[in-house]
Design a binder for this molecule. Structure first.
Ligand code: AP5
Length: 209
């Protein structure tokens, strides 16, 4: 059974959505560097204070901070899904020295669809469930179906920040597609399909690895 998975893809490709589904179905832990950083910002820790400016602009937090943050959270004996890490070749090389992953799933999505999805994303403040006002809206406006928590729009889901995040993805993160292809660990999935179909494709990719 494959158990060390990283999800690649542009902002808004559905990494968080799919990681939550995969983790729940397969008993794997879900490690999202974006979620960890947002918690650090909310708790006003030293790391949160250092990271906030980068995140607000849609730039990447420096590699050294991220690598230190992720060390110790990866358990050799348990399965995990990495969501948003690695994000640069430097991070991927550092990861290889800590632990070897089994497969990298690349969820592809166009720039136009990234902007459409992220402009309409809402997230539950309490349980983190992800919604979309166009594709997956809550039953009651502003209220989480799962826990009744308040839904909010992420600070970095403003149009100009989304555009910068996408450009940063192309420059810094897209090279990881070749990085994992060269290691025969890459599987490509079409992220433009409905959530359930993307999920099925990911499961098929995992089975064929
Ligand atoms: P992070 O939180 O990782 O953001 P991201 O990579 O930009 O990804 P998102 O969370 O925006 O999107 P997603 O792919 O998870 O999509 P989702 O499932 O939500 O990082 C934020 C910031 O933290 C970075 O900018 C950076 O500053 C910093 N950071 C984090 N990690 C870092 C690292 N390793 N190194 C350096 N800095 C780091 O889906 C999006 C929307 O689409 C939702 O509304 C969802 O409901 C909807 N949706 C999902 N799938 C579908 C579908 N199939 N059809 C229709 N709608 C769908």
């Amino acid at each position: 059974m494959l158990k060390r998975i990283t999800l690649l893809g542009p902002p808004g490709a559905g990494k968080g959505t799919q990681a939550k589904l995969l983790a729940a179905k397969n008993g794997l832990s879900h490690l999202s560097t974006g979620d960890i950083l947002r918690d650090e910002v909310a708790c006003d820790t030293e790391l949160g204070r250092l990271a906030k400016g980068y995140m607000d602009r849609g730039d990447l937090v420096p590699d050294t901070l991220i690598i230190d943050m992720i060390k110790g959270r990866l358990d050799e004996d348990s399965g995990f899904i990495l969501d948003g890490f690695p994000r640069t070749v430097t991070q991927a090389e550092a990861l290889e020295k800590i632990i070897l992953i089994d497969v990298a799933i690349n969820i592809a999505l166009s720039r136009e669809e990234v902007i459409r999805r992220l402009s309409s994303r809402r997230v539950c403040r309490d349980c983190g469930k992800i919604y979309n006002l166009l594709y997956n809206s809550p039953k009651n406006e502003g209220v989480c179906d799962a826990c009744g928590g308040e839904l909010f729009q992420r600070d970095d889901d403003r149009r100009e920040v989304i555009e910068n995040r996408y450009d940063v993805y192309i420059d810094a993160t897209a090279p990881l597609i070749n990085f994992y292809k060269e290691r025969s660990l890459l599987k490509n999935v079409d992220g433009s399909q409905p959530t359930e179909l993307v999920s099925d494709q990911i499961l098929a990719a995992l089975r064929s690895s």
